[in-house]
Design a protein around this ligand. Structure first.
Ligand code: HEM
Length: 165
């Protein structure tokens, strides 16, 4: 037997061994307990409220959730352009407070009021984080999580007014 025939046989055996020992369903690590809240149906269409993030990653100290397919930052920037810009209003905190649900979410950040409802399934920090600022002045939380996020570009079509003081 030549040396090349010998290695071909060896390769065949090792592939069979890898297949039998590693490709079992039980080798999949369990999801973290707090991933359960994001287990929702797959998205039906961009912007659908049924398209909440699935899974979670805390790699490298980050707390981002795994967004559903079709809900990346790029998808958001494209989808946002389909929204109708609103004529900015003066909005009271009393009014903002009424919009505190995943399917009707307003937020005050740096004195400006945003209707973030359409953005919910695209938020890399997930719904749970966004809910902390729903119907509130979320400036402090927003700055703590990501003061570098540019609202003028990302939320351009979600800007609905300035906070009445
Ligand atoms: C209009 C409102 C918001 C926008 C546009 C927005 C946008 C973003 C973006 C772009 C990221 C990814 C950042 C990165 O690449 O590292 C992110 C992550 C995150 N966001 Fe938001 N966000 C908003 C509101 C909030 C609020 C109100 C909170 C907290 C109450 C929050 C908490 C987080 C957290 C915890 C992360 C994960 C940060 C990490 O990976 O370390 N976000 N958000």
């Amino acid at each position: 037997m030549s040396s090349s025939e010998s290695s071909a046989t060896d390769l065949k055996i090792s592939v069979a061994q890898v297949g039998s020992s590693e490709s079992t369903a039980s080798s999949t690590p369990p999801l973290p307990a707090d991933a359960i809240e994001f287990k929702m149906p797959a998205p039906k269409a961009p912007g659908s409220l049924l398209s909440a993030p699935v899974g979670r990653s805390e790699f490298g100290g980050k707390k981002k959730v795994a967004l559903a397919p079709g809900f990346s930052h790029i998808h958001w920037m494209k989808f946002m352009q389909t929204l109708t810009p609103q004529m900015p209003q003066r909005i009271t905190m009393e009014e903002v407070k009424k919009h505190n649900k995943p399917d009707d979410m307003w937020m005050v950040i740096r004195g400006r009021v945003y209707d973030v409802t359409a953005y919910v399934p695209y938020h890399p920090g997930g719904l749970k984080e966004l809910m902390k600022g729903a119907g509130k002045d979320a400036t402090r939380q927003f700055n703590a999580a990501h003061s570098f996020v540019n609202l003028d570009t990302m939320m351009e079509r979600c800007f609905i007014g300035v906070l009445a003081t």
